[in-house]
Design a protein around this ligand. Structure first.
Ligand code: UT7
Length: 308
């Protein structure tokens, strides 16, 4: 069966920076609380899910040295599609000039890992090159008068070109999980705003991230010392720190961008990964542990060898 490797990557974030201090103009909050309780200092706000996805996707194609004609399939992980119908992936496909299939994956903040595994499945049945994008504009479904959510979210996108390889896959292991009985913990009705039981999500998130990360490492036949970089979903710095502590991974081995971008849902893992790559923290042969969790609840981990 064909395996996969990542050959291109890119991100896009809106230009507009909103700092914690900016939020205090309209919300009963303060920089000290937000930094201490979440690790967030600022976030990017603006754009559309398709617009950010197109920009990130084009950068990933350029990095891979490919043209749109080389891509068979667009897989867009998003929980904030431009519209109910059509899927936002088709807008991205058309704008980039790709002649292939295109569909959205909605697994909330686990979406990028779900998308990665979906891409590997498509490769296994014959797709040659897949453009995987995580793009979200959570600020569009946020009540800006609700301080329990408004301080947390940001907009952005991250993309990866996934190519088929003969022989061993760079995707060493994966696990995807869901528990729909927990949907009341984080949801957004049609036309409404995000509603979250932050405390309960926090508690569950640490447990499920640790469980699924440990399972993914075991399935790859690896121990925690074999992991070069932990790339977690960026929802709260304290969740990342607690997960690191329980997994036995030092914080220095983690990719953290929540301070700059807040929670960008499906985009947060690729934003963190590309930041680590750009800062020279990822070398060929490195072993990456990706782990996401979010509304559903869903949670997902994957171990990815970095081919470079
Ligand atoms: O993407 C995946 C889904 N999302 C998550 O993973 C989020 C998980 N949860 C969290 O990150 C945290 O639970 C939050 C950041 C949402 C909240 O942090 P917390 O430490 O659980 O705070 P809390 O809700 O227990 O609130 C503590 C206090 C409360 O005041 P009292 O009752 O102690 O007087 C809140 O009213 O902080 C108050 N508070 C705020 N104060 C200033 C809540 N939000 C704010 C705010 N600014 N924005």
């Amino acid at each position: 069966m064909a395996g996969i490797k990542v050959t291109g990557w890119g991100i896009a974030v809106p230009e507009k920076v909103v700092t914690n201090d900016d939020l205090t103009a309209t919300l009963d909050t303060n920089d000290a609380w937000i930094v201490e309780r979440t690790g967030i200092r600022e976030r990017r706000v603006g754009g559309t899910t398709s617009g950010l996805a197109i920009e990130a996707g084009q950068k990933a194609l350029d990095k891979a040295g490919l043209t749109p004609a080389d891509i068979d399939m667009v897989v867009l992980a998003t929980t904030t599609p431009d519209a109910m119908v059509p899927g936002t992936a088709t807008t991205v496909q058309n704008a980039l000039g790709i002649n292939g299939g295109a569909f959205d994956v909605n697994a909330a903040c686990s979406g990028f890992v779900y998308g990665l595994v979906t891409a590997a499945g498509l490769a296994a049945v014959g797709a040659r090159r897949i453009l995987l994008i995580g793009s979200d504009t959570l600020t569009r479904i946020t009540d800006w008068d609700d301080r329990s959510i408004a301080v947390l979210v940001g907009d952005g996108a991250g993309a990866a070109v996934i190519e088929t390889v003969e022989g061993e896959s760079d995707l060493l292991s994966w696990n995807l999980n869901a528990d729909g009985s927990l949907k009341h913990l984080l949801y957004c009705e049609h036309g409404g705003f995000l509603v979250m039981d932050g405390k309960e999500i926090f508690r569950k998130a640490v447990r499920v991230v640790v469980e699924s990360a440990e399972k993914a490492m075991a399935d790859a036949g690896l121990g925690v010392d074999d992991i070069s970089l932990f790339v977690p979903h960026q929802a709260n710095l304290r969740i990342i720190q607690a997960a690191c502590q329980r997994l036995g991974i030092s914080e220095e081995k983690s990719a953290i961008v929540i301070d700059r971008y807040g929670n960008t849902s499906s985009a947060s893992i690729p934003l963190a990964l590309v930041d680590a790559i750009d800062n020279g923290r990822v070398k060929p042969g490195d072993t990456l542990l990706l782990s996401g969790f979010g509304g559903g609840m869903t949670w997902a981990s994957a171990v990815l060898r970095w081919g470079g």
